[in-house]
Design a protein. Structure first.
Length: 607
């Protein structure tokens, strides 16, 4: 009996605990990237929560059912310093319900939200700019968190109702643009029927309530034949033919003529203007770090409230003082935060690679064969002066290897002379020049390197002045001029002018050296940190000369005695120019991919 009593007592305690109201343990607001989160921790799982949007007041309302809360968790949270969409979070007891708690989130602009339940946590996700949440994520959140009040559009741009309920279909009808109709199919065949009767007929068939403005009764009647069409398409067709405008309130559709709706819109704009004229003005000082005051002032002036906003600049502190409404101040702050960034600085590194090869060969008699023959001389008393051989090795192509033989007198042979030239020369060289320069965005930068040498100039002697020798300088210049421009996606466009001159060989020791000059002028687009080849030059030259006595130089075997040496010359030159630009302050200048995307999206939405 006692065991049964304890079981009943334990069951009653657990049941009363489950039926008791839950309690809020903490309320936190955090910002993670492009999503702001209101996180509410409770002491139990499965907290009942509902949320809806009030577009007119730019608010999100979050209601928690059957829950207790300490007054310290109902204090307002000022989130205006965050760059997100939420400005202020306020909590309070829901009017008319002692056990419900309501949180109102004031927005800068109407954006979408997703409500999630994670164990003992209720998380309200708010996008900081319209478009952060994908359609797939929104639809999945609707399936898990109940019907969402967020307007959705499918990928191809059609306005699609969120469900086949009357409320969602009517809301879709009030949107502009192409629509997808999903209502129950009906058929209509009427002749000269008044517009109010036709609208009531469609409303009775479809189950929504309708309020028709008095001006609609004066519209001309319609003759209509529609077979098996969705009722929302039939309703949209009737309103389009009669130039009617519809406004939705839950499952009630208010229909007015275009003239009446236009007049009400004008009156609303006048009221908004009057309200704007009564809105208090605030003053904000914006410190400008990188942009110039005159440039930023010209841009901001167009976003001031007409006849109310004022702006001054302080040259000493490089600041702008703006006096305007809170909404205009927030808009101007976003513009300044986007534009007042560091100017991109680009390190431009170039490599100029020059390679040259030369090859020459000398094979044959350098001066042919020369000799004399005396058939009548008495050779018995002559003293022979030969034969003699010589061999020399030169240090360069101008002093080739030579094997020679000479005979002064040998019997009747006189002055025999021949020089056999055997030479093969090969040379290779490579020159790498690496000029680097740092330039600001859209500002030209130049780097120059100069090499000088001199040559001797001999003046002609006159009767008044003796001959004098002077020296004259000549220069070889390496010049790189670049004007970079950083695009919005982080690539770099460059206007390049490159001049490279170099000294060659001297024809004679006193002559000036030959100068070779190469120029490149081009425009290229390069990704940040990538290398591009902006120019290349490959030059080859082959020269082969030979002379001799006609006919005799072509004789086999002995023809080489009657022609100059075989002397081919081959020269190869190659020039390649590499260029690598790098943005040195990409993050500080706001050029990282995510930062550039966020800035462009915020501007397109907020402005």
């Amino acid at each position: 009996m006692k065991n049964g009593f304890f079981l009943i007592l334990l069951f009653s305690t657990l049941l009363s605990r489950n039926l008791a109201a839950q309690e809020i343990k903490s309320v936190n607001f955090v910002q993670e990237g492009e999503v702001s989160k209101l996180i509410i921790e409770t002491d139990q799982d499965n907290t009942l929560a509902e949320r809806f949007h009030v577009s007119e007041d730019k608010q999100i309302i979050l209601d928690l059912k059957n829950i207790k809360v300490s007054p310290k968790y109902l204090r307002g949270i000022d989130t205006s310093e965050f760059p997100g969409s939420a400005v202020f979070v306020s909590g309070y007891k829901k009017p008319g319900s002692a056990n419900d708690v309501r949180f109102a989130i004031q927005l800068r602009d109407n954006v979408r939200s997703i409500l999630e339940s994670k164990g003992k946590s209720i998380v309200l996700n708010i996008e900081n700019r319209f478009g952060v949440f994908s359609q797939t994520k929104l639809r999945s959140s609707e399936n898990t968190s109940g019907a969402s009040d967020t307007k959705t559009e499918d990928i191809v741009g059609l306005n699609v109702p969120k469900s086949n309920s009357v409320e969602d279909i009517l809301e879709n009808l009030t949107l502009s643009g192409p629509k997808k109709y999903i209502g129950k199919r009906i058929s209509i065949n009427v002749r000269d029927i008044p517009i109010p009767d036709l609208l009531n007929m469609i409303a009775d068939t479809s189950g929504f309530n309708i309020i028709i403005d008095q001006g609609v009764t004066s519209s001309p009647p319609l003759t209509l034949t529609l077979t098996n069409v969705p009722w929302d398409q039939a309703l949209d067709t009737v309103m389009s033919l009669s130039k009617l405008v519809a406004q939705k309130n839950a499952n009630i559709l208010v229909v007015k003529t275009l003239a009446v709706a236009t007049k009400e819109k004008e009156e609303l704009l006048v009221a908004e203007k009057l309200k704007q004229g009564l809105e208090p003005l605030v003053t904000r000082v914006f410190l400008i770090n990188y942009a110039t005051l005159p440039d930023i002032e010209i841009i901001i002036r167009d976003y001031l409230t007409k006849e109310r906003g004022a702006m001054q600049r302080d040259e000493r502190t490089n600041s702008l003082i703006v006096k305007d409404t809170v909404e205009s101040i927030e808009r101007i702050k976003k513009i300044i935060d986007t534009l007042d960034t560091q100017t991109p600085q680009i390190l431009i590194e170039s490599k100029i690679v020059e390679a040259n090869e030369s090859y020459s060969k000398r094979i044959g008699l350098s001066r042919g064969v020369s000799f004399g023959y005396d058939p009548v001389r008495d050779t018995s008393a002559l003293v022979p002066t030969g034969p003699g051989f010589s061999f020399s090795t030169g240090p360069s192509a101008f002093s080739p290897t030579v094997a020679g033989m000479t005979i002064g007198i040998y019997k009747r042979l006189v002055n025999l002379d021949l020089n056999l030239q055997l030479m093969e020369s090969e040379s290779k060289g490579r020159i790498i020049s690496t000029p680097k320069v740092v330039a600001q965005n859209k500002k030209p930068a130049t780097i120059t390197s100069t090499e000088q040498t001199s040559f001797r100039v001999q003046q002609v002697a006159t009767t008044a002045q003796p001959a004098l020798a002077t020296f004259q300088n000549i220069s070889a210049i390496l010049n790189l001029q670049v004007t970079p421009q950083v695009t919005n996606d982080g690539a770099i466009s460059m206007q390049i002018a490159l001049t490279k001159s170099a000294f060659g060989t001297r024809p004679t020791p006193d002559a000036p050296p030959n100068i070779t000059t190469r120029n490149v002028n081009t425009n290229v687009l390069v990704d940040n940190g990538s290398t591009v080849v902006i120019g290349g030059l490959y030059q080859t030259a082959s020269l082969e000369t030979q002379s001799g006595i006609p006919f005799l130089k072509d004789l086999p075997l002995i023809g080489w005695l009657f022609k100059t040496p075989y002397a081919p010359d081959t020269t190869k030159n190659e020039l390649i120019i590499f260029l690598t630009p790098r943005i040195m302050n990409q993050d500080e200048a706001g050029l990282s991919d995510r930062k550039a995307e966020n800035s462009s999206s915020i501007l397109s939405k907020e402005i």
